[in-house]
Write a protein that binds this ligand. Sequence first.
Ligand code: M6R
Length: 614
Amino acid sequence: MCGIVGYIGRKQAYPILIEGLKRLEYRGYDSAGVALMPAKNIINVYKSAGKVKQLEAAVAGCDVAGCAGIAHTRWATHGEPNKENSHPHCSMGGRLALVHNGIIENYAVLKEKLTAEGYAFASDTDTEVLVQLIDYIQKKGNYNLVTAVQLALKEVVGAYAIAVMDRENPEMIVAARKSSPLVIGLADDGLYLASDATPIIEHTNRMVYPDDEEVAALYKDGSYRIMNLENVECCHEAQTVALNIGQLQKGGFPHFMIKEIYDQPECLADCMRGRVMADMNRIVISAVNNYKDVLMRAKRFIIVACGTSWHAGLIGKQLIESFCRIPVEVEYASEFRYRNPVVGKDDVVIAISQSGETADTLAAIELARERGAFIYGICNVVGSSIARATDTGSYIHVGPEIGVASTKAFTGQVTVLAMFALALAQVQGKISGEQMKETIEELVSVPDKIREVLKQDDYINNMAKVFTYAHNFIYLGRGYAFPVALEGALKLKEISYIHAEGYPAAEMKHGPIALIDMNMPVVVIATKSPLYEKVVSNIQEIKARGGKILAVITEGDTVIKEMADYSIEVPETMECLESLVTSVPLQLLAYHIAANKGLDVDKPRNLAKSVTVE
Ligand code: M6R
């Protein structure tokens, strides 16, 4: 969490930094701050609790000149989200200013040592300890900033992406990273740095991605050097990043979340482009082709992920098991990493992550790799830490997802998992040509089916009005629909702050049915599937106890339509792909309830898009 951005060059830094912070706000929005270096011996620092807008208001009328600057948007870890704990943090005396994304785990020991050396601290943060440590080392050894940063980082345990300025050297910004993302943008007017490419892309598409424990010195004349902590020069080729600026804007929608829900038909078409062959007979996933021997040798797949990506993993399990007949386990990455799991060289671990930066998922990958497993990544953010930490993988290619609540990434992940399962079944020879053709035809029809669902947005909004002030919700589904129920409940709770739980419908009678009364809305995914009749019985059990039924049904189903209080019809879809269609009305329902409550849908309280802390 937290976003950092920096600029040094010929342009004024402040507008670049403020716009950059707005792009990075999805990473955290507890506070924001900026430091500008207009000339030697001057660093002006401005900070504010709250969002970037509040920072802008606080800075109005202040001196914001300077062609070098760094800025930060915070998701609080150490210390409450107030102005004092906002970044940039300065060294005692104000020579250095620093922004940081990550956690300095041994900050308490370092702080004690620095306090004994006479350092006083103005905040409760681990970051302030780091800037004071750099200052201490720099002064003690009379080192330049690069050397001081290298020496300080050798003492640090934890994760960091940092940018530091020294007012005695206004020609340079120093940046470094370990386990937190950092990208450097190369432009004709100067150099940019950020937590990801989104604040940089409107200035340049040429980017360099430093590796862990590397330090970059960015100079005002546009030159730069990257070294490791031992000061050995590191060479990284600049990459051309393809990112469409329109994807970073709301495009007329009131929130990113609703835009991203509406983007899904095109996103899924992009995700399938070049992979689903025009003759409808083949799926080509290059990673599956390139590593087919490893994948076919696997005795087991283990999917590791968090949150929504974990829900996609539950659907992936059913897809892979049913098409490839290989056992699949789905693990919360946060549990997997700490429970001494049985994993080894016969396993393929599939790590799913939209951001590609989730700390728990990254740690699970490292553990599995140490034990000899082959790692396959499914990520959205190109060049992200998880994408680079895996042996191979597939991008979901749905474009930047800005709303904190994941929508198009979920359907993109399920689409990739479906293509992965089909491609692997194909190389295994476990799927007939006919079944392949039929499933592919269904897959390519999904974007149009989602378009049909989106036409019911007004109806779903009206339904949402009835339930806006409910205190609890239950979501039910069976088979492929169970993870959809979990995902629907997660969407609702994270953006509307309404308590919601997802259950397999048949589990109701083992406890949760005790919660049912006239005040309990129950969302049931009740489409035509082999378990349809059983779900009908589950609905009757709820009705008998006064619960309100909101059913997602197959178009033309009059039976459940008559039983339910509200029903949303979705086009009939092959069961294994149905989650791609049924998840969309649940995204819309959650969105409208939160929007009706006037909540900040894209930036729900206490959350951040990219969870880079454990
Ligand atoms: O970037 P990741 O997919 O690794 O993120 C995992 C979760 O943090 C994420 O899905 C989270 O649950 C979302 N806010 C859900 O909408």
